[in-house]
Design a protein around this ligand. Structure first.
Ligand code: GAP
Length: 443
């Protein structure tokens, strides 16, 4: 079977809408630029993506989780350098009035308008990416708070709380998943760059001097994580940040890039943040954030290795990677679209499909659905022909279809179809759970 993979984003955007993965936000009002809503299947899929990362991080003995508030004391963002330094150079095209980032529009040393190609542009102005709002009923200067532009600061300001309450010894890490907000000048490419997004960040606190070793260890650990996602590894690569590209807090940094249909782009950042953040928070808060290393009998400010991946970006990479179109021979002839997710990411692990929507097949199908739902997220579909129902499930990536037919009433068995091989096994109803337990792991 020759497969065709995704080469344009529009095909995926259309599938995501058609199949309930991702909708444009506020669509009935014409939409809101760069904001997206995850539909029923998208919400489950994204939860599966988050769980995969959360488990990879927090099932280790040396990492604990955290869920900090989005709104933080405004001084946090002054100390972290975001109020002064978290900005992009903004320019306007004098011809067509398009507003864009100067640094992403350089061609042969000149700024070129991405819309009309003109080189006549305004002088760059620094545009701070943080969203501002006000806390309380009075919109005065003193009530300004920011929507966090990264989850990391919630971890830094809780370093002492976590280390003490959890009796953690260095090296150890804190992992967090949560929303971040950036007033991006040029959002786009579907969910790739948006103004509201979710991050999965982990800060690993280490003894100064051991930081570059840990940096390399985390590069390797994160690469190995991607190998478990089922994403094609030839579509991943590391890209080192040159001296001019480093963020204001970083001593060293690598991006993990994925080859999206619109080119190679950042999926994750791995940074050596040195002791920058703890030092700044210690200075401005007046609270001691030093760690006493009992083994070495010394006090120091830990260095931090950070791994930061956008949940929506990883979800987008998995969606792009999973898409394929296949010509199918035999009984199932025709073309089919398959979202070839690893089962752990699939919204449904199995779909129960009775051949008739009348009793007693319906009753048997519903009973199987109810039993399986205690262990797995499953779908139930009794509409349309069985061929059409298989195609629907292929298109949303369901690994197994459980067909209940008239013989099932006699022999108490069902037919289970494998999404990728399209092979079928006849299994006793009381064995379906065991069968799925085994086959989902060894898909
Ligand atoms: N705490 C470090 C930090 O935030 P970053 O490289 O700016 O580093 C980390 O962001 C990750 O967050 C990125 O690799 C990307 O996956 C995701 N991300 C950043 N900005 C985003 C945006 N506007 N839309 C979607 N994801 C974004």
């Amino acid at each position: 079977m020759a497969a065709k993979y995704l080469n344009d984003l529009a095909t995926l955007v259309s599938l995501c809408k058609r199949r309930g993965f991702i909708f444009q936000s506020s669509e009935i009002y014409g939409g809101l630029n760069s904001c997206w809503d995850y539909g029923p299947l998208g919400a489950q899929f994204k939860l599966n993506v988050k769980m995969s990362w959360w488990e990879a991080m927090t099932r280790r003995a040396d990492i604990v989780g955290l869920d900090a508030a989005i709104l933080m004391h405004p001084q946090v963002w002054k100390s972290s350098g975001h109020v002064d330094g978290f900005s992009d150079p903004l320019v306007d095209c004098k011809k067509c009035r398009t507003r864009f980032r100067q640094d992403t529009a350089m061609v042969d040393g000149k700024v070129v308008c991405p819309n009309c190609g003109s080189t006549e542009v305004t002088e760059p102005r620094n545009f701070n990416l943080m969203f501002k709002t006000h806390m309380g009923p009075v919109e005065a200067e003193g009530s300004v708070v920011y929507l966090r532009p990264e989850t990391a600061q919630g971890i830094f300001v809780n370093f002492e709380n976590v280390a003490t309450s959890m009796r953690k010894k260095i090296p150890f890490g804190i992992a967090q998943i949560g929303k971040s907000f950036r007033n991006e000048i040029t959002p786009g490419n579907f969910t790739f760059r948006t103004r509201e997004f979710e991050q999965m960040e982990m800060q690993y606190f280490v003894k100064p001097g051991t930081d570059m070793d840990w940096f390399n260890t985390w590069k390797e650990t994160r690469w190995n994580y991607y190998a478990t996602t089922g994403v094609k590894m030839e579509k991943l690569r590391f890209k080192e940040h040159g001296p001019g590209e480093l963020a204001h807090y970083a001593k060293a940094a690598f991006d993990v890039q994925y080859e999206f249909p619109f080119g190679w782009n950042e999926l994750e950042g791995i940074h050596n943040r040195s002791d920058f953040d703890l030092r700044e928070h210690q200075k401005f808060s007046g609270k001691k954030l030093e760690y006493f290393d009992e083994a070495a009998k010394e006090k120091y400010l830990p260095f931090v290795i950070e791994t930061a991946v956008g949940c929506d970006r990883l979800a987008l990479a998995i969606l792009c990677d999973a898409y394929r179109e296949e010509q199918v021979a035999g009984d199932e002839g025709d073309t089919r679209i398959v979202m070839g997710f690893k089962p752990r990411f699939a919204p449904y692990k199995a779909a129960i499909l009775p051949l008739s929507k009348k009793e007693p097949l319906q009753e048997m199908g519903m009973k199987i659905r109810g039993d399986l739902a205690k262990s797995f997220v499953v779908d139930y579909d009794e509409t349309a022909s069985i061929g059409k129902r298989y195609r629907r499930q292929d298109e949303i990536g369901t690994p197994f279809c459980v067909t209940v037919d008239f013989e099932s009433l006699e022999d108490g068995k069902v037919t289970i179809r494998h999404r990728d091989k399209m092979s079928q096994d006849r299994i006793s109803v009381d064995q379906i759970k065991n069968y799925l337990d085994d086959k989902l792991v060894n898909f």
